[in-house]
Design a protein around this ligand. Sequence first.
Ligand code: UT7
Length: 358
Amino acid sequence: MSGVRARFAGSGIAVPPRVIDNHRLARILDTGDSWIRERSGIVERRYVEAGVASSDLGAEAARAALAAARMEADEIDYIVCATMTPDQLFPGAGTMIQQKLGIRPIPALDIRQQCAGFAYGLQVVDALIRSGVARHVLLVGVDVHTCLMPFSERTWAVIEGRDEGPISPAEFAWNSRFRNLLVLFGDGAGAMVFRASEDDGSGRGILGSKLYGDGNHKEILTVPGLGSARRPFVTAEQIAAAETVPVMDGKKVFKLAVTLMPQAATDLLAEHGYTTADLDLLVMHQANLRINEAAQKALGLPDEKVHNNIQKYGNTTSATLPICFHEAREAGKAPEGALVAFAALGAGLHWGAVLLRV
Ligand code: UT7
């Protein structure tokens, strides 16, 4: 058991073709390109077409990851899917992805640690492979945030360019109520495939993780409605009161992220006998470029050892880590043998770091 590691075999992504820039959002709510860029670094994000669900995007990313790993879908013997936006309340998206890939019945595990979902997924993959429970694991991170956006048909028509607007002042005011959140998020999926490999002395594979959860911070990022704390779990009144839309105390989340992400990465490196100087690449959750700049500074890492792509995609929650890792690899920042740290923080509160030798 001790000699087997979860070795990275391939990655893939799926981002919707529709690009929504900041100027387009300024047509439907009270915001501006300069505010969004200055406060978050985001320039544009991707939105799915209505009817495209998390399992559709997730399966597309999985196919790309399998092709990169030169593996057939049927070689996979375990699926882990991280999403907070499954196709429906239940079942989760794991079996939807298994079905879409045409894989025989295998275990399909859904996890939902929001922005830290993929980091938790990496820990699960590590445990499954090291314990001998699975040999070829597909890990998918996907979120379709547009399903949470409280927009009318008319607003969607303006966003998608089918109607140049303007929308009514009442609708503009309604959309603007949620502007602190709506400008940040986009849709996307990323996947990574891992295979069990005897340690051949190269030290390659998932090395370890340091993850945390603390419900004391639940209120700083949450969806108040749509759950078992309500009976029934949703009513027309709750929808009218926007209780189906997430609420966020952005400043509190920001402060926790700039402290806890670098701390987890530093502690994890130390646990494995490394310092930040040994790190080849840090892949952080993409929630705000300013958070990541502060974390990079705290860790003393040069620009070439950090990759950010929030400018293009916004915050895609469970999908940020695999999309960012995939693009960093394409940019030559994580070749075979590179030491890569993943760090994330999100609703729950969930946070932590994972170490991978590519
Ligand atoms: O992945 C999940 C975890 N989430 C995060 O990590 C998010 C972390 N937090 C953040 O990224 C930032 O807190 C935000 C980008 C969400 C907000 O930035 P901020 O610098 O904390 O701004 P703020 O909330 O303090 O708002 C400053 C001003 C307010 O106006 P007043 O009260 O000063 O007049 C807001 O109403 O900016 C206003 N504002 C906006 N203006 C234009 C808030 N959202 C917008 C907007 N466009 N979209």
